[in-house]
Write a protein that binds this ligand. Structure first.
Ligand SMILES: NC(=O)c1ccc[n+]([C@@H]2O[C@H](COP(=O)([O-])OP(=O)(O)OC[C@H]3O[C@@H](n4cnc5c(N)ncnc54)[C@H](O)[C@@H]3O)[C@@H](O)[C@H]2O)c1
Length: 348
């Protein structure tokens, strides 16, 4: 079987490495010549997954048609702001086989439209009359750890009416366990949203705050995550599954998390957020998601105090310590309101 991976970054490389243990041929498509050349020449992508070797059945190409021809599944592993553009190229190439699944692994929302990755994929394919089944594969899955074959579990959530159980089997491996979930919206909103909370945790880490602060942000962050996810039509159980709380914990505590690391760097204050972002080789989805989540909250009339605080620090030049103090001095509330939050009703 042949798989196509769109993107030659961290997650694309680690995921390609995993799939190649099971599939015959894994074709990676990229736009950065140095990454493509390195994958083909030495079977490594050192800037993204260190010294982990890619099996010989992984190849990379700059030619999208070459990557797509004869493929049996496409995995889009590019930043969420690039999903639409990449899928427009896939649609325009006319090389995508009909009826094969397109699975998106990005965690974020499109800034201008607030669309989810699966919506962007579907819309671009429909522009050329394609109705390929679409899914997302999300959960706590740091590329560094998947490349090192550490046990990892994720969620595959796809369009109704397709045999995703078969794909669950095809994507699973000895250290990569795949669950199914029919709540695609819930999985996508949850896994995008947690990036903002990871930035908040990083800000507090950078200020020298401790585990109490981290625990508080993750818990209250979960209340915000559940509030927005259920208001948009996602299920509460999904928030408390791998794409929700699972990814929230991993992202907020991990030294691999670029969202947490980004927040920490902002709090350390050596450069402004935009400059820190520019110097990062890898995408920091939380930077974009802070803007998208704030807009979503405003659109649906949902209170998201942590999102608001992160937004103020990143885009309104508020000092992180001031933002945290203001969060702590909000009007006292009952924690029981969290229960009501989870039913989707906005708190008073
Ligand atoms: N890194 C992880 O551990 C991890 C795990 C799970 C999910 N994700 C998600 O996967 C997505 C990609 O993350 P990543 O870590 O691989 O990012 P990355 O920054 O390491 O790599 C991004 C890749 O996308 C390519 N790309 C960007 N814009 C493009 C465009 N317009 N056309 C073609 N290629 C383009 C880049 O060249 C690069 O190869 C993000 O949404 C991220 O949240 C990452």
């Amino acid at each position: 079987m042949k798989a196509t991976i769109l993107g030659t970054g961290s997650w694309g490389s680690a995921f390609a490495r995993h799939l190649a243990h099971k599939w015959d041929d894994v074709a990676m498509w990229g736009v950065e010549e140095s990454q493509v050349a390195s994958i083909n020449a030495i079977g490594m992508n050192p800037d993204f997954i260190g010294d982990h070797r890619l099996p010989p059945n992984v190849g990379a190409t700059l030619d999208l048609k070459v990557a797509l021809v004869g493929t049996e599944a496409v995995f889009a592993v590019v930043p969420s702001q690039s999903v639409r553009g990449v899928m427009a190229q896939v649609a325009a190439s006319d090389a995508l086989p009909r009826d094969i699944p397109v699975v998106c692994l990005a965690k974020g929302l499109e800034l201008g439209t607030l669309k989810r990755p699966s919506e962007m994929v579907r819309e671009e394919l429909r522009q050329v009359g394609r109705t390929n089944p679409v899914a997302v594969l999300l959960g706590p899955s740091h590329a560094e750890e998947v490349a090192a074959e550490m046990p990892t579990a994720v969620v595959l959530a796809g369009d109704p009416g397709f045999n995703w159980e078969e794909w669950q089997r095809l994507i699973s491996g000895p250290y990569f366990r795949v669950y199914t979930n029919d709540d695609m919206l819930g999985a996508e909103i949850s896994s995008a949203f947690k990036n903002v909370i990871a930035v908040a945790v990083g800000l507090c880490d950078g200020l020298g705050m401790g585990d109490n602060t981290r625990g508080t942000l993750m818990t209250r962050g979960m209340a915000e995550l559940a509030r927005i996810t259920t208001a948009l039509g996602g299920r509460q159980e999904t928030c408390f599954g791998l794409a929700g709380i699972g990814d929230m914990i991993t992202t907020c505590i991990s030294r691999h998390s670029r969202n947490r690391n980004f927040g920490e760097a902002v709090a350390l204050g050596r450069e402004d957020p935009a400059a820190i972002l520019r110097s990062s080789r890898q995408v920091v989805e939380g930077f974009y998601m802070a803007q998208a989540a704030l807009k979503l909250g405003q659109k649906f009339g949902i209170e998201l105090p942590i999102v608001k605080a992160v937004h103020e620090v990143l885009f309104e030049a508020k000092p992180p310590l001031k933002a945290i103090r203001e969060l702590m001095s909000r009007l006292p509330r009952s924690e029981a309101e969290t229960e009501r939050d989870l039913t989707g009703r906005s708190p008073a």
